[in-house]
Ligand binder design. Structure first.
Ligand SMILES: NC(=O)c1ccc[n+]([C@@H]2O[C@H](COP(=O)([O-])OP(=O)(O)OC[C@H]3O[C@@H](n4cnc5c(N)ncnc54)[C@H](OP(=O)(O)O)[C@@H]3O)[C@@H](O)[C@H]2O)c1
Length: 404
């Protein structure tokens, strides 16, 4: 039996895959200090090679990848998973513990041939749903992939449950489902809004709708968990990371002598290693106290002044200038500039001063995320050294894996 993981080619899904495949998901990466190196990840820093992974109950994954052929799916997975594995380990995992299904969540039956769909239904013991169309993408894209995709996935989960019983359905969502919160400490209870809130962005609205669909359509006896990270930024174990938008913006801002922001406003971000470890750990637990958890920095979220200090800068904070920035970025044609698009997309994180309470998750897990200020400087070093791009390794030439 396998855990079906969606979104395995994504930023978070790749890390969740590594935690699910690791033996005894534990605290490594959650409480460890920041890595000091700023280069691409050396194999020794990655998850233990597969030979050394001998879990009592080896987890096998089924991953759904949008690709026209298995060879292309392997290439797409390698791009996402190389942040955790060297190629030899990656290949061993694909040979022995990972079954790839080339499909699209929004297609009926994921577009899989009947026999493969039946295999997936009868072989799925639990589901981790990490696929979404996140970020600032257009409403239609969010609705199609996040909402439409969740409907198809819930249909499959339901069939698997009727066939043999589903152990757990874990759904990744986002703190953006809370809508616009200014100067607020938001708990899971107070985050539960209604999906027609006018201040929900496309991503928040589609994720909230996806949450509600799963809640209503899954049989009530299926254990269902909703996990809502805040902004995921960096990796507390090492400098290298692949999601770089907000990091790029911070890197640009700390060069300025004056920032149009309030220094005492807090920035709730978490490292991807913490989120992935928490997802895998909570997914494995036989019982959980709650249905929804924030995976966030919570009350330990640093202020912007603390963040800039950790990045080696001491700018003057001038929040009154924020209006001017908003006005300039709203000018027609301004969004042709990449910097303006980045600023617009991240402005809410820098100005809302909202913190998402993480008491539930930390009580359940027994560990807390490493504060961003502890690994901000290596992340900045990585960006500078690699010109704000992850130095992806090409898929090694190999006849078996060359797409036809
Ligand atoms: N990253 C963050 O800062 C953050 C913060 C809070 C919450 N989250 C939540 O974490 C989850 C994952 O986010 P992420 O940052 O990892 O996103 P991401 O890097 O964009 O990955 C999204 C994944 O979903 C897959 N996907 C989308 N539409 C699909 C479809 N129709 N069929 C099959 N697969 C599809 C993508 O596949 P392709 O590779 O084919 O596009 C990709 O693997 C989301 O639920 C998001 O709301 C993320």
């Amino acid at each position: 039996m396998r855990t079906l993981l969606t979104g395995a080619t994504g930023f978070l899904g790749a890390q969740v895959a590594a935690r699910l495949l690791a033996p005894g998901v534990g605290r490594a990466g959650a409480a460890t200090a920041a890595a000091a190196s700023s280069g691409p990840v050396e194999p020794a820093e990655r998850i233990a090679p597969v030979e050394r992974i001998e879990p009592a109950e080896p987890v096998e994954l089924a991953v759904l990848v949008r690709a026209p052929s298995p060879a292309q799916a392997r290439q797409r997975l390698w791009r996402a998973w190389q942040v955790e594995y060297d190629f030899a380990t990656f290949r061993e995992l694909l040979r022995h513990r990972v079954r790839i299904h080339c499909g699209d969540l929004t297609e009926p039956g994921f577009g899989l041939p009947d026999q493969e769909l039946v295999e997936l239904i009868t072989g799925t013991e639990s589901v981790v749903h990490c696929a979404a169309a996140p970020g600032r993408r257009a409403e239609r894209n969010c609705q199609l992939n996040s909402v439409g995709g969740t409907i198809e996935l819930v249909r499959l989960a339901h069939l698997a449950h009727l066939d043999h019983g589903l152990r757990r359905f874990t759904q990744l969502s986002t703190t953006a489902v809370a809508g616009r919160r200014q100067d607020d400490l938001v708990t899971e209870e107070t985050a539960d809004g209604s999906w027609d809130r006018p201040d929900l962005g496309p991503h928040g609205r589609s994720q909230l709708l996806a949450e509600q669909l799963a809640a209503r359509l899954l049989p009530p006896e299926v254990p269902r968990t909703v996990l809502r990270p805040s902004v995921i930024l960096g990796d507390s174990r090492r400098a290298a990371t692949t999601q770089l938008d907000l990091a790029r913006l911070l890197a640009a801002l700390v060069r300025l002598p004056v920032l149009p922001l309030a220094g005492e406003h807090r920035l709730d971000t978490v490292g991807v290693d913490y989120v992935a470890t928490a997802v895998a750990e909570l997914h494995r637990r036989p019982q959980l106290r709650h249905q929804a958890y924030h995976l966030t920095a919570g009350q330990a979220a640093p202020t912007l002044r603390e963040v800039t200090a950790a990045l080696g800068a001491d700018p003057r904070f001038l929040p009154a200038a924020g209006r001017l920035v908003r006005g300039l970025t709203a000018l027609p044609g301004a969004d042709r500039s990449r910097a303006v698009r980045l600023l617009r997309a991240s402005w809410s994180h820098l100005t809302w001063n909202a913190v998402f309470d993480n008491t539930r998750a930390t009580a359940e897990l027994g560990f807390t995320p490493v504060p961003f200020t502890r690994f901000a400087a290596p992340l900045l070093g990585f960006l500078r050294e690699h010109r704000s791009r992850y130095p992806y390794l090409a898929y090694p030439a190999d006849r078996e894996d060359t797409p036809r």
